[in-house]
Design a protein around this ligand. Structure first.
Ligand code: ZN
Length: 398
């Protein structure tokens, strides 16, 4: 453990947050709330704790702007982290050890306690410099993002308290980038759809060639899905960003009773993520059409049917995005803004009609989200604070 940073308050605050084991499953968020309340009191800012779901606290620290009636800025991060396989870690995952060469090792250094601290530290700096921003800034810390955010941002986004925040623009997490001077940003997400297709047919003896078997119908359906998969894969192989292709994966097949008996029913499941540019209703209709074509007794049901959420526009019509892009570019950094291949809490914010950008200013860093030995370099973390500071200033003065 390097002593060089012992008196570095920024590093020590970050370490303190990382050392709270807010790790799934069954997280007690109490220590996170206490830590954030302490941050708020140091910043001399009001803090509210909402619990739309018991024991799932939403912490909101608010810095009022000069024109508090204007739509506000939301800087969101999640407090939870994914589980660890401690035996594969070089340093304890909740030790936040700093190495001699300046790396901090801990779960959450990338996803995403680092970003939460960048949000706080940037406001701390702006306040210390005597800056006053036009718009109010809310810094939120939410639970359960890593398990879908249903009791976290989803629940909160549906409350009157959320509406009262009057948010005009939101920031959330993206992902680290190995590129030394390019930040990855997301302006939308794909839509998750998980379906089960069931094919029914005439049972009979395995030695016959009777028509309308469940097997023939299943074959037809699998063919359709796998052809679609191949087309999308071709686009992905042809260098289309993988958030912008639809992924289709066959995940389970089941049915039948015995090897010489034609089954009465066979089922197959697919995990599908629909890219935003596709008409989701048309996608639905296409699957229904395939079922009809496959023959009688073929149907499908959704296990997960997430609604389509409109992406945030990056065509010049959202001034907040234009403002942040400009200050980042002025710092000599480029921003690659694409569709997120996975899912984040930003979808719940966008679903309320609020433009939101996922933005993790972590460059020159190997992606170790959810991996062993998750780490960030102190210089990278501090550079992130510089960038967020400029971004907050820009978007809150729009
Ligand atoms: Zn995350």
């Amino acid at each position: 453990m390097a002593a060089k940073w012992d008196n570095d308050e920024v590093v020590q605050r970050f370490r303190e947050y990382l050392q709270i084991p807010s790790v799934h499953p069954d997280i007690d968020y109490g220590d996170c709330v206490k830590f954030l309340q302490k941050q708020a009191s140091e910043l001399d800012l009001p803090v509210a704790v909402y619990e739309p779901v018991p024991n799932k606290p939403i912490v909101v620290i608010t810095w009022e702007g000069l024109q508090p009636d204007l739509p506000t800025i939301l800087l969101n991060s999640h407090m939870d982290v994914v589980p660890v396989y401690e035996e594969f870690w070089t340093y304890p995952p909740f030790g936040a050890v700093v190495t001699d060469d300046g790396y901090i090792y801990a779960r959450g250094t990338q996803d995403m306690k680092s970003i939460g601290m960048m949000h706080l530290e940037s406001v701390r700096r702006l306040k210390a410099a005597g800056v006053r921003l036009k718009r109010t800034v809310h810094i939120s810390f939410v639970p359960d993002e890593e398990i879908g955010g249903v009791d976290g941002m989803k629940a909160f986004s549906l409350t009157p308290e959320f509406k009262n925040l009057n948010i005009g623009f939101g920031l959330d997490e993206s992902a680290p980038n190995e590129h030394p001077s390019e930040i990855l940003a997301f302006h939308g997400e794909r839509t998750s759809r998980q379906i089960i297709v069931t094919c029914r047919g005439e049972p009979g003896h395995g030695s016959l060639l009777i028509p309308g078997t469940a097997g023939e119908k299943l074959h037809y359906m699998i063919n359709k899905f796998m052809t679609l998969r191949a087309e999308e894969k071709k686009k992905a192989d042809g260098n289309v960003w993988y958030g912008e292709v639809t992924t289709v994966n066959l995940t389970q097949i089941w049915g039948g009773v015995q090897i010489n008996v034609l089954p009465e029913s066979l089922s197959v499941s697919f995990d599908i993520r629909i890219a935003p540019q596709y008409d989701h209703d048309e996608f639905d209709q296409m699957i229904s059409r395939w079922c009809e074509e496959a023959g009688e007794g073929v149907s499908f049901e959704y296990i997960v049917k997430n609604p389509q959420v409109k992406s945030t526009k990056i065509d010049g019509s959202v001034p907040f995005w234009e403002a942040m892009k400009k200050v980042v570019t002025d710092m000599g950094i480029s921003v690659k803004c694409v569709i997120c291949p996975g899912a984040t809490d930003a979808r719940y914010v966008r679903a309320q009609g609020i433009p939101a950008i996922n933005f993790s200013p972590i460059m020159n860093t190997k992606l170790l989200i959810h991996a062993h030995d998750e780490t960030i370099h102190i210089d990278v973390f501090k550079r992130g604070i510089d960038i967020i500071e400029k971004v907050v200033e820009a978007v809150a003065n729009v």
